[in-house]
Each structure stands twice: as structure tokens, then as C-alpha cells.
Design a protein around this ligand. Sequence first.
Ligand code: F6P
Length: 533
Amino acid sequence: MWADLKAHHSQVKDRRFAEMLDAERAEEFSAEALGMRFDYSKTNIDAEGRKLLFDLLGQTRVAERRDEMFAGARINETEGRAVLHTALRNLDSGMVWVDGHDVMPGVRETLERMERFAEEVRSGAFHGAGGKITDVVNIGIGGSDLGPAMATIALAPYHDGPRCHFVSNVDPADIASVLRECDPKTTLVIVASKTFTTIETMTNARTAKAWMSDEVSDPAAQFAALSSALDKTADFGIDTARVFGFEDWVGGRYSLWGPIGLSLMIAIGPDAFRAFLRGGHEMDRHFHTAAWHENLPALLAITGIWHNQVCGHATRAVLPYDNRLARLPAYLQQLEMESNGKGVSMNGEDLSVPSGPVVWGEPGTNGQHAFYQLIHQGTQVVPCEFLVAARGHEDDLHHQHQLLVANCLAQSEALMKGRTLDEAREKVRDKFEGDELERQAKHRVFPGNRPSVTLAYETLTPEMLGKIVALYEHRVFVEGTVLGINSYDQWGVELGKELATDLQPVVEGKESAEGKDGSTAALVAFLGKYGLT
Ligand code: F6P
């Protein structure tokens, strides 16, 4: 399966793709749909490589698995669960069946309850001890934080509700700096935890409750919960009227579309939240029906597979030239790395190719003045994924937006073209001569032939954000299916959690570090000397 692709790669790897890139290639290796254009022409993928990649999708039954996912089959095989975050944005009248039961009435009912509550908070009908809610604090971590935090920043121009804050880290610095900005009498705390057991979230929730109880007689009345664990939310004292549950077929990192999106809904309002859902649903329909050569998630996935599993590039940079997508790389780190960072296939065999790549990034142009040096001249190749909008929201500053776009396009051009030694010599010929000219010129050479893809779109509206997030979700699905892994479990996060629980009494000084490895014991001793225990 992989052998043909590897053989093809070894034939084409030294070819300079800039030389192939005429207008015809730009069209043939781009696809437009839903107000987006995905351009993968600045890569070394050619018609034969793409055919082999599409063959791979066929051999690994991506289309069949996709249809199974949409139909509610239990494709999360290690946990025996369906994968149906798509149902949360299925605003059609369609039915979605899990075990002979249509889940859509429940989805719609929860969405409507969320909308009623969000409107009550926004209008003041629901209020705190001191009046209308001014601040919402979402306490959650991982998928219960990154999605709503990323989307709330992304959609800042649409905010017309109370201020929203996000607390995730168990580091007290996180919650302390947020609570300092809030008035307990006009703050709503949303505890977002699918399991309602995550230690960071529950610790912060208790801290917030204690903070509120100093000034509010019934703090639990200013708490809401987003969780599947109704018994545990009740134990915490949260009235079921303010508990919004979801089913086990919604994975944490795919949960922004349902109750975990409540803080976003309160910030931007139910109509804009529905537009976000609509965007996600449109991408679902596109993924479900478009042929591979025009299917945006499939195309994004094949470029990922080409660069990572075939070319062997271990990382990929996500570079939004859209400052409000500043948290998108962090969001995608969880989405992609928690989903596809696995070394064992669904049937328990070791993978024969690398698992999903390391995903990282920062918005442009900031990154240009930080790490792009390595991307252009470092010895390792970092495939780049640029995101750029035609328009921002600051119409009066559109000239700045144009400068932003020029930078984005210039970076992908520079990565592709590079600069030869001859060109570098010309740059410095008037300043240096002889050996010094050679030496100075070499430092100014850019190897070029560095791949990038660009996702261009109209503007970052709620609907467009929905399309972008769903696009990446389906890309993860395609890549995971090709690798034959389960993208929907996350056993790799367990061990560290267990060991942290074991270590807690040691760092509190209640138990000795005896039996721990030498390094851990010495670090506990050092930190103890400076006040840890
Ligand atoms: O990090 C593991 C994980 O289970 C993530 O998958 C999840 O998003 C996060 O912890 C938070 O879990 P919960 O919503 O149950 O608190």
C-alpha cells in the first residue's frame, strides 16, 4: 500500500515544483467549495502522486468508514462508541440513529434549552446576587476549554453578550488572574467537564465556588454545568435546570458544537451560534458527497499524509494570517495529536508508518519574526498550512489587511522559490569580494522547494469558522482511517494522570519519595527546600 507511494516519492523528491507551477497546475491542484479555496499546488504532489493517495483512501475504505460514522456506527471501537459530533450540527430535519434510536430529538431539545438559558443570561432574566451577569467564567480543560476559548476569540467581532473568560490550568495563577477581573455577585461560572472528574477542572470549580461564597449566599445558583455525569453535577449542587448534558458519542475534542459551546453561545448569541453550526453542517454535507478531487477534507488529508507518512516530515505548522485564529494551532494540537498520535492500529498491530505529525504554529505575521528563519533555512522541512481571509472586520483598516495578505502569499512563494547561490551573490556583490563574497552569499541562500498549502476564505464569520473547524475534524478522520488507528480514544493521557495522583501526597509532604526514581526524588527534595512541602 505504502510502497508505491514511497517509490513515487523517491522518483520526484528532488524535482523543483516551482518549475511545474503554471496557471494550469494552480487550477488542477486547488479546489473551491463553500466560499473557500484550498491550494495545494505548492507541493511536490503531482497527478500520479495524487492518484496513489486517492488509491490509498480507497484501499483503507475511507468512504465506507465515513458513511458508517455519519450513520452512527460504533467506529470508536476501543471504547465501543459511535462518533456523532456531526449530529450536533445536523440542523436538517434528518434522523440519526444509534442502536435503533433517533438521537436528533434529544440534540434539538438540548440546543433549545441552551438557547433559552443563553438568552436569559444575556437579557438579565437570569441574574446573579448583584444583578445582570457581566462575566462568564468557563472552567474546563482540553476539549472542554480549547474549542470554546478558540472560537470565542475568533468571533470577537460578534460579541454582544457578557465578557467570557476561560480557566483551564490547575496552576492557581490561571484562576486567580481571571477571578481578579470578576465580581462574584455578577459572575456565572460554567463548569465544563464531560466526565465531571477531571482533577484540574474540579479543583478550579471548588476554588471558584469558595471565592463566590464569600460574597454570595447561594453560590451554586450562579453555576451551570456542561457534563454527561448528571449524578456528579448534582453532588456539586448544581440545579438540573442549568445542567446541559451530552452523550458518549461526542468526544471531548469534538464537543464544541454542543453544550461545551455554551460560553460561546452566551458571548455571540444563539443566532450566531446557529450560523456556526450551519457552517459545520455544510462542511459535513460537502465531505459526505463531494468526489475526492474536490473534497476539501480529503485533499487536506492527502497533503498531510504525503508530507508526513510519505516524505517523512515530522511536523506541520499551522499559520493563520488571521489574528483572531491565534488559538487555532493550540486547538488543532489537541484535535490532531490527541486523535492521531497513536502507534497501534485498530487491530492491535504496530503502525508501519509514522503516526500523525507534531502540529504547531502561531499567527502571521508574528511568526515571521520568530521561527520562520528555521522554516526557510533550517535543515528540516516543515510543511506549512497558511490560512487567510479576503477581508477582515476592520473595514477602515483594510490597507493593513492587504499588507497581511501580501505577507501570507509572499511566504508561500519564498518557501517554494528559495534563493540560489548566484542570486545571493548578486545581492551582496557590491559589499564584498573574493572569499568573503562567497561566505556572505552562502548565508543568504534559501534552499526553496519547501511545501505549503493555503486555505483562503471570504471572511471569518461564525459560519466560516464552523466550516473551518469541521474541515479539520474530517481531515483528522481521513488521516486516522488511512493509518488504521482509532482517532477517537486517548489512552495516552492516562499514565501521567495516574502518576500525578500517586505523587500528590509526596509533594504535599505526607508521604516520602522513597521508591520513586532518583531524579523524581531529588526534584521533590529540591522543590521542598524552597517551600513546596
Ligand atoms: O486530556 C484527556 C481528556 O480526556 C480530553 O480528551 C478531554 O477533552 C479533557 O481530558 C477534559 O475532559 P473532561 O471534559 O471530562 O473534563
